[in-house]
Design a protein. Structure first.
Length: 530
């Protein structure tokens, strides 16, 4: 019996039914003609600083929709659909752009930064984004995606720890197990790019004046013929400065030390940007390689709910990892909420596999290979000739993918058995993935290019605009039930009151707040940055 099967047998049906997940979905607000909306955050959606379900990401035009934590995938998607119903009711003739790669963008400096009011924490959030714009440019930050938050229920850990013969604390065991999951996820996340990547093309305006290796498709579109997810390739969330970090995920200590060093050591190019401009306006929070922990880009993060004013690394060190955040999923333009139920079920199987399977330590050599594999699949994943690095050997995408899916089969069967319902939804999700490995034309990236060609004259903007209009019409045709609309109206009103309370409660000058936050010296009532 393999270690994976032995550990899987330790997870009771109640535990498997109790897997926890939540979704954070980013979407640009676009005008009806497909250009970026430059309007403020809609007043009817409340405070972007304090609303628990509807906020903004980098840009004032970039909504972030956040579900609660759910023990059922269907319930999670149902709540995400409710949030969409509420949002569409408040944005008038605007659209939510259904693609990860952005709509028509203005000049970089005209992309509006998100605003969160006059409080110290609100100002710090905007200054952090100002820093991102100076460091990486605003265009890159408008790329949108789905974040999938995943954890096991508390009842799982004692059983797994006992099966592994671990005599340490449950917190230390849980944290080590999540880092084990993260290492395996990083090794295998290229498979998610292949299966669910949906950004093979981009509007030409996104790369205006920038060097690139994309090919022209139509007059307004650039692409790579075999790309799966340009968002996760060199055009996306990349930083030459960060690439030198080579962060290890062998332990929380290794991970934290790497990020702490990056937040402590001055970085000359960012020192040249400075903290302030000549007129006293803030340009960034710090001149170090990372302003804060969340600036470190990655396909997955260890996470812990933070207290007001608390730094994320402090929360992890004190209370351990609570869940993982998967960050490599493109928006699916063919799904009204950007992700399907089948994809959620596949993710649950895949993440359980990453947790239960053997996970040897990573190395600098492997970290480099992981990056090359990610970029290779992002740009050329549907090319049958593509080879990936797996240890000392080179393997094809389909060959490696088949092996991973075979290892996932008993997990899918166990999840289906635990659900007790008719059918085999988790095994069906694996079967669909297997079919896509054998036939790349079944992937969302291939389908996107096919529809662009057949219906929209090889135009990504026209394709994405038509899909966005269709999605808007679908949601406007089914407005939220009166009780849901009333609940979100109350939530919006309370968020505005909470923002006022935060602003009225500020006691520190902003510069003192900035310095104390970066030093980890704020009290629980002072708020934090994200």
């Amino acid at each position: 019996m393999t270690r994976l099967i032995r550990r899987l047998h330790e997870l009771a049906p109640d535990t498997l039914r109790g897997l926890l997940r939540g979704i954070e979905k980013e979407s640009l607000r676009a005008r009806s003609d497909g250009l970026l909306a430059d309007t403020p955050h809609p007043a009817g959606l409340g405070s972007a600083l304090a609303h628990p379900r509807i906020t903004t990401d980098f840009s004032e035009s970039q909504l972030e929709l956040i579900t609660d934590v759910h023990s059922g995938a269907q319930g999670c998607l149902a709540e995400l659909a409710e949030i969409h119903q509420v949002v569409y009711r408040e944005i008038g003739q605007e659209l939510l752009w259904v693609a990860s790669m952005p709509c028509g963008l203005p000049a970089d400096e005209r992309i509006p930064l998100a605003r969160y009011g006059t409080s110290n924490v609100g100002r710090a959030k905007t200054v952090y984004r100002q820093g991102l714009s100076h460091r990486y440019g605003r265009r890159m930050q408008t790329i949108s995606g789905i974040h999938y938050n995943f954890s096991l229920p508390p009842s799982a850990w004692a059983s797994l720890q006992r099966a592994d013969g671990d005599a340490g604390s449950e917190q230390d065991y849980r944290t080590a197990a999540y880092f084990s999951l993260i290492r395996n996820f990083r090794r295998h996340s290229w498979l998610l790019l292949y299966l669910f990547g949906a950004s093979p093309a981009v509007c030409r305006s996104f790369l205006e004046g920038q060097p690139h290796r994309l090919q022209p498709l139509g007059g307004d579109t650039l692409y790579l013929p075999e790309a799966t997810s340009l968002r996760m390739g060199p055009l996306g969330y990349q930083s030459d400065a960060q690439a030198a970090l080579a962060v290890s995920f062998n332990s929380l200590e290794n991970y934290a030390a790497s990020l702490a060093r990056a937040m402590a050591e001055p970085y000359p190019p960012y020192e040249r940007i400075g903290i302030h401009d000549g007129g006293g306006l803030y340009r960034q929070l710090a001149t170090t390689l990372l302003q804060i922990e969340n600036e470190f880009y990655g396909t997955i993060r260890p996470k812990r709910t933070i207290r007001p004013g608390e730094r994320p690394l402090h929360a992890l060190a004190e209370r351990g990892v609570e869940y993982v955040e998967v960050r490599c999923l493109d928006l699916d333009p063919f799904e009204p909420v950007g992700i399907s139920l089948a994809t959620l079920r596949f993710l649950d199987v895949f993440l359980l596999h990453c947790l239960l399977a053997d996970s040897p330590p990573d190395s600098a050599e492997e970290i480099a290979a992981i990056s090359r594999n990610q970029h290779g699949v992002a740009q050329y994943g549907r090319d049958p000739a593509l080879r990936l690095r797996r240890g000392p050997e080179q393997v094809g995408v389909a060959q490696w993918g088949r092996a991973l899916l075979a290892q996932c089969e008993p997990i899918a069967a166990a999840l289906d058995a635990a659900a007790g319902a008719a059918g085999s939804p988790h095994r069906d999700a694996l079967a669909a993935a297997a079919a896509a490995l054998e036939d790349p034309s079944l992937t969302p990236s291939a389908r996107s290019l096919r529809e662009m060609s057949r219906e929209f004259g090889d135009s990504f903007p026209r394709f994405a605009l038509a899909r966005s209009r269709r999605t808007r019409d679908e949601f406007l045709a089914r407005p939220p039930a009166p009780e849901i609309a009333a609940r979100y109206a109350a939530m919006a009103a309370e968020s505005l009151r909470e923002q006022r309370r935060i602003e009225e409660g500020d006691a520190l000058p902003f510069e003192e707040y900035r310095q104390r936050y970066l030093a980890g010296e704020l009290s629980r009532v002072d708020g934090g940055v994200r």
